[in-house]
Design a protein around this ligand. Structure first.
Ligand SMILES: [Zn+2]
Length: 127
């Protein structure tokens, strides 16, 4: 069994954004492990909050990570050229902020932040 600090990223399922987000989270939070909950455009799914099946699926997976892994940092990711959220950066940032508010309402004890991955696949905190 591994012990160490776990953090969580609610990331797009797009393969291009996995490694940049994992590296950023490890570096920023001195985390040993980055647990991933992936969807197509999760910032859109959570900000719209209309597909209850998808929203509940995401929440049930975060629950496991927060309760069992002790994750207390949760990042919500939006990215350039996203098939799941084809909106431009400005709209996506609003989606990420709304998604962050929803996740924060579920886990007020956790640090919930937004990330943007740009066209060079570099990661910026957006809140
Ligand atoms: Zn995407």
């Amino acid at each position: 069994m591994h012990t160490g600090k776990f953090v969580t990223a609610i990331n797009c399922m797009d393969g291009r954004v996995q490694e940049p987000v994992i590296a950023w989270m490890k570096n920023e939070y001195a985390a040993q492990f980055v647990d991933l909950v992936t969807e197509a455009g999760p910032n859109r799914v959570l900000s719209a909050n209309t597909d209850q099946h998808a929203v509940e699926s995401i929440k049930s997976r975060i629950d496991i990570l927060v309760r069992k892994q002790g994750s207390n940092v949760i990042a919500i990711v939006g990215h350039y050229d996203c098939a799941g959220n084809p909106n431009g950066e400005e709209v996506q940032l609003d989606d990420t902020f709304a998604a962050r508010e929803l996740v924060k309402s579920w886990y007020p004890e956790c640090t919930v932040l937004g990330l943007w991955v740009d066209d060079h696949w570099s990661v910026t905190r957006v809140d």
